[in-house]
Ligand binder design. Sequence first.
Ligand SMILES: NC(=O)C1=CN([C@@H]2O[C@H](COP(=O)(O)OP(=O)(O)OC[C@H]3O[C@@H](n4cnc5c(N)ncnc54)[C@H](OP(=O)(O)O)[C@@H]3O)[C@@H](O)[C@H]2O)C=CC1
Ligand SMILES: CC(=O)N[C@@H](CCC(=O)OP(=O)(O)O)C(=O)O
Length: 347
Amino acid sequence: MIRVGIVGATGYGGAELIRLLVGHPQVQIANLYSSSAEGDALEKTFPHVSGLGLPNLSPIDAKSMSADNDVVFLATPAGVSAGLSPQLMELGGTKVIDLSGDFRLESGEAYRSWYKREPAPAEWVQKAVYGLTEWNQEQVAGASLVANPGCYPTATLLALIPMMRSGWVKPGSWIVDAKSGVSGAGRGMSLGVHYSEINESIHAYKVSKHQHTPEIEQELAKQSGVESFVQFTPHLVPMTRGILVTAYGQLEADVSQQQIQEMLEATYADKPFVRVRPAGSHPHTKEVLGSNYCDIAVHVDERTGRVILLSVIDNMVKGAAGQAIQNMNVMFQLPEKAGLPLVPVFP
Ligand SMILES: NC(=O)C1=CN([C@@H]2O[C@H](COP(=O)(O)OP(=O)(O)OC[C@H]3O[C@@H](n4cnc5c(N)ncnc54)[C@H](OP(=O)(O)O)[C@@H]3O)[C@@H](O)[C@H]2O)C=CC1
Ligand SMILES: CC(=O)N[C@@H](CCC(=O)OP(=O)(O)O)C(=O)O
């Protein structure tokens, strides 16, 4: 059995890791860590995990963490992993999968500018592997430190990478309009997630300033060989889970919806968690709820010469904990689908 430790178990990402890992046939949840509730049972925070026989919350201590786990998931706010992961790596003994943005951006300057904090040591940023499993499987398999992608970049990149690699879309023309459920903001309380202020309302936020913009641009460039800007605008919608990305690109080639459909189907034919839906369809976030799927549909507007890609994920699963477990499976040479639910919760 693989001994797993989870830091940030009292948060949403941590809770989702537990929900999925309890059912994983090759995993034992060995340790849960907390910076604020050491010694407590997790049931005190989350009654929904009562009766699962989980360990009590332990203090965060790099030395014992590296000795007591085969892999540690960090489901912690930006900045925590930048300090803790290098310590764990230097002690050896455990692999790390970081759900935060601390090791995703290759440029320390970009991290400083978009996250407004000091980057992790460059040496470890260079060694980290970006865990978009479908596109970096080989690198993930050999990694000790995985930077799990952000929720918006996951839904965006899975749709855009094949299109950019095809050369059919004008670089720099992508407009990505994304909508997220409120759990994407984590469990911390603020006016920004206050029920009476967000219910029955929708708004854009961080327009042209969201920290996932450079992550999308970086990985799109790496996978397609073409550097370009992406115009990314996130919106908050009054639902608990789910992300819908609507991405618009200007077609450069005379290419039909059917040709794009065939290219997408061929690209993802052997990828169990990407479902290319029939061309012209409209995936709902509810159709991937609770699952590790990313469902993608293509539309071509012949009048405007644009391709429109629709991509949906559950932000807590493919956008966070599920993809992290998919990466763990690849790192430990387990079946990629192990422990991951294959049927969404519907309705
Ligand atoms: N929610 C989502 O959909 C997604 C989240 N992410 C990323 O995953 C990470 C976790 O997100 P999420 O679970 O939603 O956030 P939450 O706010 O729900 O939980 C974060 C947890 O981190 C712990 N924590 C806070 N401060 C510290 C600290 N200084 N040192 C150690 N632990 C700390 C807290 O637990 P305790 O007090 O017990 O230590 C807290 O419960 C974030 O980086 C987020 O950006 C990525 C993709 C999607
Ligand atoms: C709805 C909502 O607030 N979503 C969060 C997603 C944050 C996140 O996942 O941040 P990192 O991946 O960069 O750590 C946001 O837009 O900031």
